[in-house]
Design a binder for this molecule. Structure first.
Ligand code: ASP
Length: 459
């Protein structure tokens, strides 16, 4: 049995949903369908999730919600009309959206709970509409609600995590179903019965969880590329159409690449598949004949071969220096304690004898809160220097083949220096399958382009 997840572009309109139906019909093993909310139909279009966030924010600010609500409803009405679905479905959506929008005032939900309850509408009705479309096409399909199925999540609204007991519940409630199951991605329920969503792009996580819970033979993740590009096409447009796609990568490579900016697959979605050892196959809804990219536990590697180059912007650093830091037991622990008290998740921490740099995402500690953190550091730790800076980006070179070859790092550094890119930081993970280079945000494009030429065009 296979679990198939279709992203926003795959369910953006009626024509795309027809392709989804064909894909599912082409293989009897495809028994579970997870869908995102309708995404962009063309450049400049809106994703339904963004429209819903707009509705929620307007409602919270006491503004006029009608135009925003109408834009959401219109997207679904177009799908309904083209696929000749039941008229009442769009009425149900309108009523449910308005009911939930009224809840912030009536039931005192906090901001994040409220926004999650509105965001989830996108996936819920995408799944309800798709289930109806499958039925019109003659398939015995049923919408399954995450609450009834047991998709229990933590109360981290907007970035929830699965509660481990869900696996058993999901298996018990979904496995016996004979119909084709259409399941909404992105959200579940807390133990107190509130809707909670994963972080953005989280329908990938739903699909991986169901694949693991149901011991699927594979998790097919349908999106809009023939194979995962080895570099970000926004930074390196020439990769599109160059026929250079990643055919196979390991879970570890995928995790490194997804973490560092590969938008094609959510980095947290790899974990359920890893635990259950389920291969992931990333494929194109528009070209289902293409084999796509396989993400597997192990693969044969060519020594020195780089499999992908990821890049990510929006990082800041906290540089702390103190003479004899290495002799002061607990110094770094206290520094991390201060950051933990400020609620800052740490991304990485390169260190020297008397200095340490803590890297975090800009939005984890906005500029206006940094002075207070510095004050606490100076009071408790008395460093020589403690300073924040922003504008850091990372280029991450990933490949299992780097483990068994000498010289890849030298090749990367030479390439970057020829491209005039100044390296602010270098960090090789102990797994040896990735090397991260900290560069200034303005250098990210020349850096990625130079590495693409070196490792994929001239290779
Ligand atoms: N619709 C959600 C988003 O846009 C979740 C997803 O598509 O995976 O983030």
């Amino acid at each position: 049995m296979k679990v198939c997840k279709f992203g926003g572009s795959s369910v953006a309109d009626a024509a795309q949903i027809r392709k989804v139906i064909e894909i599912i019909r082409a293989d009897d093993d495809r028994r579970i369908v997870v869908v995102s909310a309708p995404g962009k139909r063309f450049k400049g279009d809106d994703k339904v999730t963004d429209l819903l966030i707009d509705c929620a924010v307007r409602a919270l600010e006491g503004g006029d919600i009608s135009p925003a609500v109408n834009r959401v409803v219109q997207r679904y009405e177009e799908i309904r009309d083209e696929l000749r679905l039941d008229v009442s479905l769009a009425e149900m959506l309108k009523t449910e959206l308005r009911r939930r929008l009224a809840r912030s005032r009536d039931e005192g939900l906090n901001r994040e709970q409220f926004i999650d309850s509105i965001k989830a509408i996108g996936e819920e009705f995408s799944a309800r509409f798709c289930a109806a479309a499958f039925r019109v096409a003659g398939c015995d399909a049923v919408y399954v609600d995450p609450c009834e199925a047991g998709m229990l999540l933590s109360e981290q609204y907007g970035a929830a995590q699965l509660l481990p007991e869900s696996y058993e519940l999901l298996e018990k409630n979904i496995a016996p179903r004979k119909e084709l199951v259409i399941f909404p991605g992105f959200f579940g329920y807390t133990k107190s019965g509130e809707i909670a969503t994963f972080s953005r792009g989280g329908s990938d996580i739903t699909g991986a969880i169901l694949a693991a819970a149901l011991h699927a033979e594979s998790y097919e993740n349908f999106t809009d590329v023939d194979a995962v590009y080895p570099v970000d096409p926004r930074l390196c447009p020439e990769v599109v159409g160059a026929g250079i796609g990643i055919r196979e990568m390991t879970y570890a490579e995928m995790r490194e690449l997804a973490y560092a900016g590969f938008a094609v697959f959510h980095d947290e979605a790899v974990l359920p598949a890893i635990h259950a050892k389920i291969p992931i196959n990333i494929r194109n809804t528009n070209h289902p004949e293409q084999p796509g990219t396989f993400v597997v536990p192990v693969r044969k590697t060519i020594p020195g071969r780089v499999n992908g180059i990821a890049s990510s912007m929006g990082f800041s650093t906290l540089y702390v220096e103190k003479w004899l830091m290495n002799r002061e037991v607990g110094f770094v622990a206290q520094l991390l304690q201060i950051l933990a008290e400020a609620g800052v998740p740490i991304e990485m921490m390169p260190a020297g004898v008397d200095s340490v740099t803590v890297v975090f995402r800009n939005d984890a500690l906005p500029e206006n809160r940094r002075a207070a953190v510095l004050e606490t550091i100076n009071e408790r730790l008395h460093p020589n220097t403690a300073v924040f800076s922003s504008g850091l980006a990372f280029v991450v070179v990933v490949g299992e083949g780097m483990r068994t070859a000498v010289g890849t790092c030298a090749r990367v550094v030479t390439t970057l220096s020829k491209a005039g890119v100044n390296l602010q930081m270098i960090n090789q993970g102990s797994s040896e399958i990735s090397i991260m280079f900290g560069v200034s945000e303005s250098d990210i494009k020349p850096a990625v382009q130079a590495l693409y030429q070196e490792f994929f065009v001239h290779e």
